[in-house]
Design a protein around this ligand. Structure first.
Ligand code: ADP
Length: 175
C-alpha cells in the first residue's frame, strides 16, 4: 500500500473511492461534506436518504463508515465517515483512528483499490491537524491483511500548511 500526500480538492481525485467527513445525519453539511454533495449532485443525497430509511435510521455513529455510489463524481464510491467533534467533548484518539480504519475496511469490501482521505475532524470539528495527521499515519501504517488489495491511500489536503503537517507525520520529505 502506497501513501501519497497531496494538496488539492477531494472532489477532483482519480481514486476509486473518496472519503467524506460527514456528520451523523448523512444528509450533507458544511466544509468538505458540502463540497462533495455539491459535486456529486442529488444522486448522492438520494443514496444517503435511502440509508437513513433502512439500515441507518438513527444516523451513522461517530467512528463508523459506510459506502455509497458516488453520483456525478469521477469516483465509483463515496465512503462516509463521522469524525469525532472536539467541541462536543469527543476527544479520544481511538474514535478518529476508527474513522480511518473503518473507511479502509469499507473500501476493501466494495473492491476499491485506491482511496482519498481529507483531514477528517480537522475543520469544523476542531481537532488539532497535527493530531489528526499523527492518528492517520499510525492507523494506515498498521499491517492489516483486510487492506491487501488497496494499492494507494491518498491524503488530499486543502492547503500547503496542512500538507506539510501530514508530510511530517508520515515522515515524507518535502518534495
Ligand atoms: P470536519 O467537520 O470533520 O472537521 P471539515 O469539512 O470542516 O470536516 O474539514 C475537514 C478538512 O477538510 C479541513 O482541513 C478542510 O479545510 C478540508 N476541506 C474542505 N473542503 C475540502 C475539499 N474540497 N477538498 C479537500 N479538503 C477539504
Amino acid at each position: 500500500m502506497r501513501v501519497r500526500i497531496v494538496t488539492g480538492d477531494i472532489t477532483r481525485q482519480d481514486t476509486d473511492a473518496i472519503v467524506n467527513a460527514a456528520n451523523s445525519t448523512l444528509l450533507g453539511g458544511g466544509g468538505v461534506d458540502g463540497a462533495i454533495h455539491r459535486a456529486a449532485g442529488r444522486e448522492l443525497l438520494a443514496h444517503c436518504r435511502k440509508l437513513r430509511e433502512t439500515t441507518l435510521r438513527d444516523g451513522l455513529p461517530v467512528g463508523k463508515a459506510v459506502a455509497t455510489p458516488a453520483g456525478r463524481l469521477p469516483n465509483d464510491w463515496v465512503i462516509h465517515t463521522v469524525g469525532p467533534n472536539w467541541h462536543q467533548g469527543q476527544r479520544e484518539p481511538r474514535l478518529l483512528a476508527s474513522c480511518f480504519r473503518e473507511s479502509l475496511d469499507a473500501a476493501a469490501v466494495v473492491g476499491a483499490r485506491s482511496i482519498a482521505f481529507p483531514a477528517i475532524s480537522a475543520g469544523i470539528y476542531g481537532w488539532d491537524p497535527a493530531e489528526v495527521a499523527r492518528i492517520a499515519a499510525e492507523t494506515v501504517s498498521a499491517d492489516n491483511p483486510t487492506w491487501a488489495d488497496i494499492d494507494e491511500v491518498r491524503f488530499v489536503l486543502f492547503n500547503e500548511e496542512l500538507t506539510s503537517v501530514f508530510e511530517e507525520a508520515f515522515g515524507i520529505p518535502r518534495g
